[in-house]
Design a protein around this ligand. Sequence first.
Ligand code: ATP
Ligand code: MG
Length: 139
Amino acid sequence: MATNRTFTMIKPDAVANGHIGAILNDIIADGFKIVAMKYTQLSPEMASKFYAVHKERGFFGDLVSFMSSGPIVAAILEKDNAVEDFRKLIGATNPADAAEGTIRNKYAKSIDANAVHGSDSDENAEIEGSFYFTAFEKF
Ligand code: ATP
Ligand code: MG
């Protein structure tokens, strides 16, 4: 089951800039089905936990404060080859390198404020989805 699912967040910059609707539209138009979805805000503690894998990186403090700075949309998405296809749809981490037409190319302004998160493996998709949603919240 995990192999056809990924996890995403629409990050605080994209929410603040009014891009929730457009981003969800792009995701659905690309063939993803929404399995679970939530509008919420991370505390700094929750953001540190979510991005714990990056805790030794120089940008960790900025990443945690940015990700807890405003509301986000968290969602689990389903499609064949979900993890890889979604990374293709969102584009490179730095929007300056993101391919034309990708979500980060269209809606992101900087490497910090890069509009969306996408899981990088099936294993992490499962871990990240379970961070936000219980079994009763996945459809
Ligand atoms: P995400 O995990 O958010 O989908 P990603 O997988 O493309 O992004 P990661 O390497 O996992 O990139 O980094 C997590 C986040 O940390 C990035 O989305 C970005 O906002 C931030 N980040 C990564 N590298 C840098 C950097 N060199 N300088 C500043 N911020 C960075
Ligand atoms: Mg990542």
